[in-house]
Design a protein around this ligand. Structure first.
Ligand code: BV8
Ligand code: ZN
Length: 259
């Protein structure tokens, strides 16, 4: 795969890189995307399932959908794109990975600095007392899971929900603030495998570009961001990112110093 001299120069002289990922990065691991024709949403409408109202109206249905997704995610592996991003983290003085994905595949691939804008499907919490539960601590046999924590001998019995940001909900403030700060000071901003439909995540590339970053998009098809990007790298992230990593390998001796 060929990369432009301009891109290589920008990356070689870059000290701060931000990578924003969306469902496209996990597609090659077998996680259906949201808006593709096999996308999750093609069978359901976001407002039907990924909102607090939908959950309060029918917690059982929403839990069945998440249980189905938890099962898929537990059975798959990070792909070459996830691994390449983990390798890139070692190549730059500062490499911040911001993900919209809730599948935890970046961490499983070895990425250490991961900002999760939309939460993590491997975590759940009680809406009443805030207790956190791992997936193997919640079962949905008898309907939506209830919290069994005891307080003065009495069971909390609060409704347990997945620790993900639903539509209409604020995303985790600390994750957003760190992501926006990183975008403002990025030398190069990579937008990878996202349709750029969901806000505020979709505003990060715009913040970066406005602050002077070199904006690169990696996607199998053009998106609304493509015309604004300085480079559009067409292709699957599982192919493009490893190729970019290999191309960079020979040029960067250790984080922040270039040969
Ligand atoms: C918020 C967690 C402030 C759940 C997700 C009205 C009322 C309230 C809010 C709004 C409103 N109107 C608009 C909004 C804002 C709303 C929003 O943006 N809506 C959109 C739909 C218009 N946002 C919110 O509500 C956010 N909160 O704004 O709070 C607020 C609060 C109250 C009132 C007002 C404002 C919260 C949004 C969080 C939603 N939660 N996920 C779950 O996952 O179960 S979003 C969901 O979409 C996933 O996280 C997903 O990652 C994300 C974005 O989608 P993409 O990742 O881009 O995936 P998609 O399928 O779309 O695209 C995949 C791309 O990959 C494609 O381009 C494809 O070509 C490409 N691709 C495919 N294969 C590959 C590939 N690329 C490379 N390689 C490949 N192999
Ligand atoms: Zn509780």
């Amino acid at each position: 795969m060929k990369f432009s001299n301009r891109l290589m120069e920008r990356l070689i002289e870059a000290r701060r890189i931000v990578a924003l990922t969306g469902a496209g990065v996990s597609a090659e691991s077998g996680v259906p995307t949201f808006r593709g024709n096999d996308g999750i949403w093609s069978r359901f409408k976001p407002e039907e399932l990924a909102t607090v109202d939908a959950f309060m109206k029918n917690p059982q249905l929403v839990w069945e959908w998440y249980a189905h997704r938890k099962k898929i995610i537990a059975s798959i592996q990070p792909n070459a794109g996830h691994v390449a991003l983990a390798r890139m983290e070692e190549m730059f003085e500062q490499f911040v990975l911001v993900t919209q994905n809730i599948d935890n595949l970046h961490r499983r691939a070895g990425s250490k600095t991961v900002l999760e804008l939309h939460g993590n499907i491997e975590r759940n919490y009680c809406m009443k007392c805030g207790s956190i539960f791992a997936n193997d601590e919640v079962t949905i046999q008898a309907g939506a899971p209830r919290c069994e924590k005891k307080y003065e001998g009495l069971s909390c019995d609060g409704l347990v929900r997945p620790d993900v940001a639903w539509f209409g909900e604020l995303i985790p403030e600390d994750q957003w603030k760190q992501s926006a700060r990183a975008a403002e000071s990025a030398d190069v901003f990579l937008s990878i495998g996202t349709s750029g439909v969901v806000y505020p995540a979709a505003s990060l590339p715009l913040i970066a570009k406005r602050s002077g970053a070199y904006l690169v998009e990696v996607n199998t098809e053009r998106t609304a961001l493509s015309d604004l990007a300085d480079e559009f790298l067409e292709g699957a992230s599982g192919v493009v990112l490893p190729a970019l990593c290999d191309r960079l390998k020979g040029t960067i001796r250790s984080p922040g110093t270039i040969v």
